[in-house]
Design a binder for this molecule. Structure first.
Ligand code: HEC
Length: 225
C-alpha cells in the first residue's frame, strides 16, 4: 500500500482497519511475463500440470466428479476444496494424502504414487503459501524433437492418465512405439486439436505453442530423434 492510499484513508477519516493488508497484498506474486527460473516452483508451470495429469482425471478430482468435494482443476477450485491450510502448510490435507499408505494414499492404487521430485514441488509450493504464481515459459515451435520436447511434454501432461498401471481408455503413452501407433491412426493429432476427438489433455487443451510443437513433430513423420 502506498503512502497516498494511507494518506487518503486518514484524510477521509476512515479507520486504518479498513486499509489493512490482506495476505495477498503481502505475498508479491512473480511477474507472469518474467521468464521462468529453473530452480523456482510456479503454480502454472509445475503444480497445475501435475494436478491435472495425476489427480484431475474423470471419476476422481476433475471438476465434474469432485470426489470427496475435491476439485483439482483450476486455482480457485483447488483453494475452495478445503485441502490447504495456509497457516500450517504441512498439515494440509493435500500434503498428507500424498504420504499416506494403503488405500488412503493419493493417487490411490493402482495408480503409481507421486515421485519424490513431484512431492517436493507440492511441498515447496505449500511452503510458499500456495500462491497462484506464474512465469512465462520458453516455448519455441521450431523445437520439436522427440527426446528434447515431445517425450518430456507427454511425460508431464499425459502419462498421469495414460500410464500402464491405470490407463484411461486403455491408452498407454509411456513408450515411443505406443505414441507412434497413435500418430499413425490419426488419434494423436485429433486429440491434441480436438478435431473429431475428445480434446487432450482431458478438458484442458495444451497451450497453442505446445500444440504446434506436437503438430510439427507429427508433420515431420514423428521421428524418434
Ligand atoms: C486427466 C486425464 C487425462 C489426461 C491428462 C490425458 N488424457 Fe487422454 N484420455 C483421457 C480420457 C478420459 C480419454 C477417453 C475420452 C473419451 O473417449 O471420452 C482419453 C483418450 C485419449 C485418446 C483416445 C482418443 C480416441 O478417441 O481414440 C488419446 C489419443 C489421448 N487420450 C491422448 C492424450 C494425450 C496425447 C494427452 C496429453 C497431451 C492426454 N491424452 C492426456 C484422459 C486423459
Amino acid at each position: 500500500m502506498n503512502k497516498r492510499v494511507i494518506a487518503s484513508c486518514l484524510l477521509l477519516g476512515l479507520s486504518l482497519a479498513s486499509c489493512k493488508h490482506t495476505i495477498e497484498d503481502i505475498y508479491v506474486l512473480p511477474d507472469p511475463n518474467a521468464p521462468c527460473k529453473d530452480q523456482e516452483v510456479y503454480f502454472n508451470r509445475d503444480i497445475e500440470p501435475l494436478l491435472l495429469s495425476k489427480c484431475a482425471m474423470p471419476g476422481c478430482h476433475d471438476n465434474q466428479t469432485g470426489s470427496d468435494g475435491v476439485r483439482l482443476s483450476g486455482y480457485n477450485n483447488i483453494l475452495n476444496s478445503d485441502i490447504i491450510k495456509k497457516d500450517d502448510p504441512l498439515d494440509s490435507e493435500i500434503w498428507e494424502v500424498l504420504n499416506e499408505s494403503g488405500d488412503k494414499r493419493m493417487p490411490p492404487e493402482p495408480n503409481p504414487p507421486l515421485t519424490s521430485a513431484e512431492k517436493e514441488l507440492i511441498r515447496t509450493w505449500l511452503l510458499q503459501g500456495a500462491p497462484n504464481s506464474a512465469c512465462k515459459q520458453d516455448c519455441d515451435t521450431s523445437q520439436f524433437s522427440w527426446s528434447g520436447t515431445i517425450q518430456p511434454l507427454i511425460k508431464q501432461k499425459c502419462e498421469g492418465c495414460h500410464n500402464s498401471a491405470s490407463p484411461q481408455s486403455g491408452i498407454i503413452l509411456e513408450q515411443y512405439t505406443q505414441v507412434k501407433a497413435l500418430v499413425d491412426n490419426g488419434s494423436l493429432e485429433g486429440s491434441i486439436t480436438g478435431n473429431g476427438f475428445v480434446v487432450m489433455p482431458y478438458q484442458n487443451p495444451l497451450p497453442a505453442c505446445e500444440q504446434q510443437q506436437m503438430l510439427n513433430w507429427i508433420a515431420d513423420g514423428a521421428p524418434q530423434n
